[in-house]
Design a binder for this molecule. Structure first.
Ligand code: UTP
Length: 455
């Protein structure tokens, strides 16, 4: 019986509150949860709790940042295509989050997203990788970051779906760590009768987990130089965008940032800002002061308007450097499952606890070779965050249709008629990475009657 040790540890670390629920557990549950308690890093928990009392605020002097380039460069695109052909690029897709705002118990990547085929987000990204590989006539690699909550389910989902056509050599999974979640008073709590509430430790885990799980070494041996970073919940993210890759390589960057223009001051997007020494950094939305959010220039436009959509490119050497650095933990208020001592826990409507997350962009302070390229929002950003309203499946499907319409027009070289524009349809991903053969086959063609269009 480990109760004695558990009680001692909880009392010493100021977590005696937890004993109330611990003592309600059965003998076996006490053993299971007790072992989790004994394995916790209580110094880390104390510093997490402390950070709630001293929240970080935006105190430093920052200035509006300007992009080094705007999307639309043929030169970058050609450089990027050559790099893809030479297998210099790999893509990381982060999918370790809990998707709590979507109110689904399944991993976000399972979400049926596309208009006609109802492809899941995972299938969509897998097929992007296959289509980009066909364009480059090679087999490009993709690595998916999962977490304790969804790792097994994700691997099984891919296996059951025959990896959506990806070859074993193309696909890797790596799992990020989790950290305890604290309630609003800074106490540990249970999410079930057998588990302390834990949550993945943020997308900043990408560097260490990528290294520790051996993918860095394998990709380095394969000659990969540039790694893109995409989030599973942005189906417009292009992990093999030749122009972005070309931008990164042509400018010899450690970090490239794809950005868009912010629409309104209170839009929930992080800001890309410039520091005194001219280098770029990102401030998370929740940590931007009201002054920065709203400041305007003499024309009444937002002064800080360059927004972060969490789409990045990294040099492999930067990733290795970042993996050696301890990134800070940021608390964020979220709605998480709490076990009430009786029934299976559900996610409440309002935030009830703090998750602690490392931010991928905190590592950007390590380099001065960092630049941003500005894209049109509708080309690159339509996140799936919420169950309804803004950034929900309705807005995502609308964006995917618009994206397919534009891709069809690019391939055929003719604008869609009003009637064609009113049709709901879906393109195979090959149209987004068109080969010369595909373009010559479809040149001048009108929209075919079938709703799912493959080459
Ligand atoms: P978000 O924090 O915006 O969404 O992560 P979420 O965690 O999926 O959903 P909520 O906040 O609980 O509703 C944005 C992206 O970063 C990944 C997510 O999978 C998503 O692609 N992410 C987030 C991780 O991979 N690990 C994390 O620890 C957190």
């Amino acid at each position: 019986m480990i109760r004695k040790q558990v009680v001692k540890l909880l009392l010493e670390s100021g977590q005696e509150q937890f004993l109330k629920s611990y003592d309600k557990l059965s003998y076996t549950e006490k053993e299971i949860v007790g072992r989790q308690i004994l394995n916790l890093d209580f110094d880390l928990i104390a510093s997490m709790k402390n950070s709630l009392r001293h929240p970080s605020t935006e105190g430093e002097e920052v200035f509006p940042a300007s992009p080094s380039a705007r999307a639309g460069s043929l030169e970058f695109k050609e450089t990027g295509i050559r790099a893809l052909q030479e297998m210099k690029c790999g893509a990381i897709l982060v999918a370790g989050g809990q998707g709590s705002r979507l109110r689904s118990s399944l991993p976000k990547g399972f979400f049926k997203t596309t208009l006609i085929k109802q492809k899941s987000l995972f299938q969509l990204f897998a097929e992007k990788c296959i289509a980009a590989s066909a364009l480059a006539k090679t087999q490009l690699p993709i690595a998916i970051m999962t977490s304790f909550d969804n790792h097994a389910e994700t691997c099984i989902f891919f296996a059951e779906n025959h990896y959506f056509g990806l070859l074993p050599s193309q696909l890797s999974f790596f799992m990020q760590p989790s950290l305890p979640v604290l309630d609003l008073e800074g106490n540990l709590f249970l999410e079930s009768s057998e588990r302390i509430a834990f949550a993945p430790n943020g997308n900043g885990a990408v560097y260490t987990s990528f290294l520790e799980e051996g993918i860095y070494r394998r990709w380095k041996e394969r000659g990969i130089e540039c790694v893109t970073f995409s989030q599973i919940d942005n189906p417009l993210s292009d992990p093999f965008d030749p122009e972005f890759i070309g931008f990164h390589l042509s400018h010899g960057l450690d970090v490239g940032i794809k950005s868009i223009a912010k629409k309104k001051s209170d839009e929930k997007l992080g800001l890309i800002v410039s520091q005194k020494d001219g280098t770029i950094r990102i401030i998370e939305y929740s940590e931007i002061s009201d002054r920065l959010k709203a400041e305007q220039n003499e024309r009444g436009e937002l002064l800080f308007s360059l927004a972060n959509i969490s789409t990045f490119s990294f040099s492999l050497s930067f990733m290795a450097e970042a993996a050696k650095t301890a990134l800070p933990l940021h608390p964020s208020k979220k709605a998480v499952k709490v076990w009430n001592g009786v029934d299976a826990a559900t996610i409440p409507e309002t935030p009830n606890a703090f998750k602690f997350e490392q931010f991928v962009f905190d590592a950007f302070a390590l380099t001065k070779k960092i630049e941003t390229i500005l894209y049109e929002r509708e080309e690159v950003f339509s996140p799936l965050k919420n169950f309804e309203g803004e950034a929900s499946i309705e807005s995502v499907r609308e964006s995917l249709l618009r994206s397919d319409q534009r891709a069809f027009e690019r391939v055929t070289g003719r604008p869609l008629s009003d009637k064609e524009r009113s049709e709901g349809f879906e393109l195979s991903l090959d149209f987004h990475y068109p080969t010369e053969e595909l373009c010559s086959k479809w040149k001048g063609k009108s929209l075919p009657p079938q709703k799912y269009i493959s080459p």
